[in-house]
Design a binder for this molecule. Sequence first.
Ligand code: APR
Ligand code: ZN
Length: 235
Amino acid sequence: RKGKTPEEVVKRYLQKVRNPPEEDCTICMEPLAGPSGYKGPGVGAVPRAESVGRLTQCGHQYHLQCLVAMYNNGNKDGSLQCPTCKTIYGVKTGNQPPGKMEYHVIPHSLPGHPDCKTIRIIYNIPPGIQGSEHPNPGKPFTARGFPRHCYLPDSEKGRKVLRLLLVAWDRRLIFSVGTSSTTGESDTVIWNEIHHKTEFGSNLTGHGYPDPGYLDNVLEELKAQGMTEDDGQQL
Ligand code: APR
Ligand code: ZN
């Protein structure tokens, strides 16, 4: 932990706004020129001069207290994501439970990628007990269908996706704990916002090949979670 208070973390990514525009804060829907509509635990008073801030990269403006409340609702990892345009400040991490990620090359081609071999990724996450970063701390979670096997073409672009997936794994962004939209089961390990191809030679679930747009789509999803080209180079 960095020892910074939520307010200090949020302020690191903000510039002061002297004259708030005549717009509503899109977090609380109250005018930026007035007080934050957010009232809740841990919301202290802030001086008027600090009541509105502008995010440094994207420029979107919010009540300071609204951003602090949003930060407190997340996993408090020192990062902040603009709720309007999704720009990430700091390094975003997730709440993926402990487990293992492995990969190797298999000497077969995927449908749609006849000229290269295939990378198989194997994820293994055992069931466990939810931590404070999960929906129901202290309660068990299940883990269905593990080990889960996933496939990428062993091409230049496929290897780039693999490098970024390894970074995403370290940042705990590949899986989450919640309610499965496929099975309806709650308190279980589920895929997060990064799509994987779990079928090798068929496409019965829609999570198989061929899918000409897949590699570009997953690169976009990785980018939306904060993995950039630079992240892939560092490995
Ligand atoms: N393969 C890959 N991705 C999937 C699959 C699948 N079989 N099923 C769902 N997804 C994607 C969904 O499109 C969604 O974006 O995962 C995301 C979360 O969906 P959930 O159903 O909530 O996730 P989860 O319960 O983890 O997945 C259900 O995927 O790998 C299998 O064994 C797993 O049968 C289970 C299924
Ligand atoms: Zn607000």
